[in-house]
Design a protein around this ligand. Structure first.
Ligand code: ZN
Length: 133
């Protein structure tokens, strides 16, 4: 039974990893405008973009060990953010989704995703969002 349980756990972990990888590739296929809609309002594009061809994602150039490390970092970041969100108001959470920092921290191009997106939107609204990953 222990073998079966550990095998199931391994398969579940592999599935979670593949889901993460697929979603990361999906995010890279969005334009800046679409990424903003998704991150701010959780609205997906009406017409989903074609999946990135093999080799078109920055992730395609990484080996499995590096990808697993990125996934684990992403899982830790998600857990940390979920923890930080406890006790925050809805407005503060919206601010964080928009800026990727909390309201008490000043906006700068180094820490603020909204500022970077605003600058990019002025220059080329249909540019690929992949440069922000
Ligand atoms: Zn900001």
């Amino acid at each position: 039974m222990a073998n079966l349980k550990s095998r199931v756990e391994r398969l579940e972990k592999e599935q979670q990893f593949r889901t993460w990888l697929g979603f990361e590739r999906f995010l890279e296929s969005l334009t800046v405008e679409q990424l903003e809609e998704l991150s701010l309002h959780w609205r997906f594009p009406e017409v989903l973009p074609e999946p990135l061809p093999k080799g078109a994602s920055r992730l395609d150039r990484l080996d499995r060990k590096t990808l697993l490390k990125l996934w684990e970092e992403s899982e830790r970041d998600t857990a940390r953010i979920m923890d930080e969100m406890k006790g925050r108001s809805l407005d503060e959470r919206r601010f964080h989704m928009d800026h990727q920092h909390w309201p008490e921290q000043a906006c700068s191009t180094a820490n603020c995703r909204k500022r970077r997106l605003d600058m990019e939107m002025k220059e080329s609204p249909s540019a690929p969002a992949s440069k922000y990953f």
